[in-house]
Design a protein around this ligand. Structure first.
Ligand code: RB5
Length: 145
């Protein structure tokens, strides 16, 4: 299963740390940038990762910016995407189990590397519970009443 990664300039160091851990764990990665400290616009990278996850080319996505929030806002504009900003392994486990989240977002200015690594490991290890949660997740894609 391929994991697509993206970051802006603020998120680059944390993205690199997460990518190194994923590679060491044997995951196949698709790093869609950015690759330098030059200032870039986070929606471009959120869209690139969201498109790969929505198409099925990647099973999950990881997005990193300064807070993770801009990335999550941008990625969640895609109807097939459920992106969650993570600050803990507990949030990661529950958003996979209950929300079937398919993109993990992190803030390089708000979350330390070790916490992010633990959260990402929990995110990837936790299956969606289905059941009543499947009914609720289905409603996320429905137009507002
Ligand atoms: C870039 O300075 C910063 O605005 C961006 O990384 C992110 O935090 C936006 O949500």
């Amino acid at each position: 299963m391929i994991i697509a990664l993206g970051s802006d300039h603020a998120g680059l160091p944390l993205k690199q740390a997460l990518a190194a851990a994923l590679e060491a764990g044997g995951h196949a990665l698709l790093d869609l940038g950015t690759h330098s400290a030059e200032s870039v616009d986070y929606p471009d990278y959120a869209q690139a990762v969201a498109a790969r996850v929505a198409s099925g080319e990647a099973g999950f996505g990881v997005l990193v910016c300064g807070t993770g929030i801009g990335m999550a806002i941008a990625a969640n504009r895609h109807p097939a995407i459920r992106a969650a900003v993570l600050h803990s392994a507990t949030e990661a486990r529950l958003t996979r189990a209950h929300n079937d989240a398919n993109i993990a977002c992190f803030g390089a200015r708000t979350t330390g590397v070790e916490v992010a690594l633990d959260a990402l490991a929990a995110f990837l290890a936790t299956p969606f519970e289905g059941g009543r949660h499947a009914r609720r997740v289905a409603k996320l894609g429905a137009p507002a009443a």
